[in-house]
Design a protein around this ligand. Structure first.
Ligand code: 2MQ
Length: 373
């Protein structure tokens, strides 16, 4: 177990990279997909099941945990790892994005954001300093700077002002984070879809200096083409020897396209949230299990999948328990989706290490139907 936080690049293939992030709580194989455990749980999954899917790290959220059960209570109970029985690495987001998308009566100033809880209407304030304090109380291994992610559509002036505010907040986050061996602080690049603003943001973050660099401000409705357009240049603006984390992405083909452009880490609620709404991702395309055509189908979701849902259950069964709103429906579909997402990551890691990523990417796309299967 290393006492420090470090990143080792082990292979590159075109712009794609594979490597290992070492932390005191274990290693993270990159490219990595992080399941989202917003309220100290990956919904419908036991932590040991999350590990069984192949996840090395999961994500928690400052915003949700500060409101309920509060960071102070989690700290008193031994920190987030003990609290949720996940002893491997945890990355926590800093709260700014969630405040803007969830909270009510938000007020944004240079100091930070004041808002009312979407749970009980209580008043709260988040600043770079308070966000660092909360993430320290939680005990997360990778801490995110407190930033603002502008909602689209936004004109260049608004995006530039927002990015520059986030860069001032990044400096305050770094100052407040202090020197914490074994813990990492990641800066977050902003700048919308404007290359000059992305470059200005990358330079500002480099000057401050971080253990890793996230690409924020994307997957907010710009669409895959515009997102890939930014990813054609943004990862290369960030330090080559540090992890690059694309926030909030994405569908399987988004993830593959992002890794092809140099991204090392991603997180997304899609596999878990879709699992609860009856949508299963497979190598041949998407299965909407509530569709009547699955009612009598004895086959598994995916004959080539080794997850518990595909090994032991038919589409007919999954169709039945979804329609009956049985709890096992969310459990099985979430497990399958997270297993499949980790299979994609494992396939890419091996392909990059062996210099055959282009062939792997072609095979990935060849097997997929556009619509539902
Ligand atoms: C789903 N799309 C999406 N875009 C994001 C951008 C940021 C972003 O720009 N900043 C932060 N702090 N988080 C973001 C998140 C949350 C990641 N769990 C995003 N999610």
């Amino acid at each position: 177990m290393s006492a420090a936080f470090s990143f080792a690049l082990t292979a590159t293939d075109g712009a794609a990279r594979s490597g290992v992030i070492s932390t005191p709580r274990g290693e993270i194989r990159t490219p990595a997909f992080m399941p989202v455990g917003t309220a100290a749980t990956v919904k419908a999954m036991m932590p040991e099941s999350v590990r069984a899917t192949g996840a090395d790290i999961l994500l928690g959220n400052t915003y949700h945990l500060m409101l309920r059960p509060t960071a102070e209570r989690i700290a008193r109970l031994g920190g987030l790892h003990r609290f949720m029985n996940w002893e491997r690495p945890i990355l926590t987001d800093s709260g700014g994005f969630q405040v803007m998308s969830l909270a009510e009566l938000r007020k944004l100033t240079e100091e930070g954001v004041t808002f009312r809880s979407h749970i009980d209407g209580s008043r709260h304030r988040l600043t770079p300093e308070r966000s660092m304090e909360i993430q320290k109380l939680l005990g997360s291994d990778i801490v995110m700077c407190f930033d603002e992610c502008p909602a689209l559509p936004a004109d260049d002036k608004r995006v530039a002002e927002s990015m520059r505010l986030s860069m001032r907040w990044a400096a305050r986050s770094k100052e407040a984070f202090g020197d914490r061996p074994g813990h990492a602080l990641f800066g977050i690049q902003q700048g919308g879809v404007t290359q000059e603003l992305r470059a200005e943001s990358a330079e500002a973050l480099r000057a401050i200096g971080f253990d890793g660099y996230a690409i924020g401000g994307l997957a907010v409705g710009e669409g895959q083409e515009a997102m890939f357009g930014v990813l054609d240049y943004a990862p290369g603006m960030l330090p080559e020897d540090k992890p690059r984390y694309l926030m909030g992405v994405g569908k399987p083909d988004d993830i593959v396209g992002a890794v092809a452009r140099g991204v090392d880490m991603m997180d997304c609620v899609l596999p878990s949230r879709s699992g609860r709404t009856g949508q299963a991702f497979t190598r041949r395309g998407t299965v909407n299990i509530k569709n009547a055509r699955h009612a009598n189908d004895p086959r598994p979701l995916d004959e080539d999948c080794t997850c518990p849902a595909c090994r032991n259950y038919s589409r007919a069964y999954l169709h039945h328990v979804f329609r009956a709103q049985e709890i096992i429906s969310s459990m099985l579909l979430t497990w399958h989706n997270l297993h499949y997402f980790q299979e994609i990551m494992g396939g890419m890691r091996a392909a990059i290490a062996e210099g055959r990523f282009a062939a792997w990417q072609a095979a990935f796309h060849a097997g997929r139907a556009e619509g539902d299967i």
